[in-house]
Design a protein around this ligand. Structure first.
Ligand code: A3P
Length: 354
């Protein structure tokens, strides 16, 4: 249909898909989903729900894809995808996966993964019967939230397009690639005590692969000499100073905002204030938007974007961590201290991890 005709606006919705002017580039387990969910409350922010992974995994598809593509494939899904999607469970999980995937697609939903019932207590359970040859009885458990199939959202004049993909922060090529899209891109990094971050990262992996070795044994190359395995990604990601150096080759420090993951929990409105200033937005998100949910143990939104209901993040956010040997924790604190100091120096901010 002709651009601008009523029929084209019916097909296209209103507004234009733009490349992001601001990106949350990291860090994994820092609190990136919380920040994006909170920012979406702002009327001048439109954000991609999923993690596009453009500057790491999909770069060869080109900027046009990044701007207008539909997210077609349920390739490697992160926890965040899960938090927004539908949960499915069945007795023979693997068998049902592709059938269920098609079923969900037909409904305009994306099938994300098959989960154990035990992992989602309290979720709504629906039993669904199918006469097909493979599907028999499957219980569907879902989080009712429509899945955004499109990457970039449409924005009106003056609205900011945002996305978050926490792996960008540790992707060698990402700074050059983002800078070549636009040198003016504003970058946001949510950082968190690297030791807690490592444990959180491990907890996430453990929830998917319960058979992995203990945190303590993965931490060391050699437990007796105490040599830390810096090649283990859970540890590697927390060496913030090293990763940041990479970004500073392409972006001035003033173009990167460092959000404290700890303060995002203890004072979400305060951190959101800094973020809104950085993005040049009116301070609309304030302490009036948050309440502390005692059951969740975290701040939640009084009203989520596009809804009048209170909203906490999903079950995969704010997990209980396993107990880790205090000696190992201490050893990691010692390991990170010089890198943390360097990071404080580079950013001019003391995050208080030591
Ligand atoms: P844990 O699950 O280890 O507690 P990310 O979204 O980058 O993966 O970060 C996940 C972390 O966000 C959680 O780690 C949690 O501590 C933190 N977080 C910050 N604010 C939160 C909130 N309001 N609700 C839930 N989790 C929050």
């Amino acid at each position: 249909p002709d651009a601008g005709s009523p029929i084209s606006s019916f097909f296209n919705g209103s507004g234009t898909k733009r490349l992001p002017q601001a990106i949350i580039i990291g860090v994994k387990k820092g609190g990136t989903r919380a920040l994006l969910e909170f920012l979406r409350v702002h009327p001048d922010v439109r954000a991609v729900g999923a993690e596009p992974h453009f500057f790491d995994r999909n770069y060869e598809r080109g900027l046009a894809w990044y701007r207008i593509a539909l997210k077609e494939e349920e390739n490697e899904l992160s926890d965040d995808d899960l938090a927004c999607g539908a949960f499915v469970l069945g007795r023979s999980r693997a068998q049902h996966l592709s059938q269920l995937s098609l079923f969900f697609r037909a409904l305009g939903w994306m099938l994300l993964t098959v989960y154990d019932h035990a992992m989602i207590p309290g979720a709504r359970t629906v039993t669904w019967y199918s006469s097909g040859p493979i599907l028999t009885t499957v219980e569907l458990v879902w989080y009712m939230q429509p899945w955004p199939r499109e990457l970039m959202p449409r924005t009106l004049e003056g609205q900011i397009t945002m996305e978050k993909t926490p792996s960008y922060f540790v992707t060698k090529e990402a700074p050059a690639r983002i800078s070549s899209m636009s040198k003016g891109t504003k970058l946001i990094v949510v950082v968190r005590d690297p030791v807690t971050r490592a444990i959180s990262d491990y907890t996430q992996t453990l929830s998917k692969k319960p058979d992995i070795p203990t945190f303590e044994s993965l931490t060391f190359k050699n437990r007796t000499t105490g040599l830390i395995d810096t090649s283990w990604s859970a540890i590697q990601i927390g060496i913030y100073a090293k990763h940041l150096e990479n970004w500073l080759l392409y972006f001035p420090i003033g173009q990167i905002l460092f959000v404290s993951g700890e303060r995002l929990i203890s004072d979400p409105a305060g951190e959101l204030g800094r973020v809104q200033d950085f993005l040049g937005l009116k301070r609309i998100i304030t302490d009036k938007h948050f309440y502390f949910n005692k059951t969740k143990g975290f701040p939640c939104l009084k009203k989520a974007e596009g809804s009048s209901k209170p909203h906490c993040l999903g079950k995969t956010k704010g997990r209980t961590h396993p107990d880790i040997d205090q000696e190992v924790v201490q050893r990691l604190r010692d390991f990170y201290r010089p890198f943390n100091m360097k990071f404080y120096q580079m950013t001019g901010q003391d995050f208080g991890w030591d």
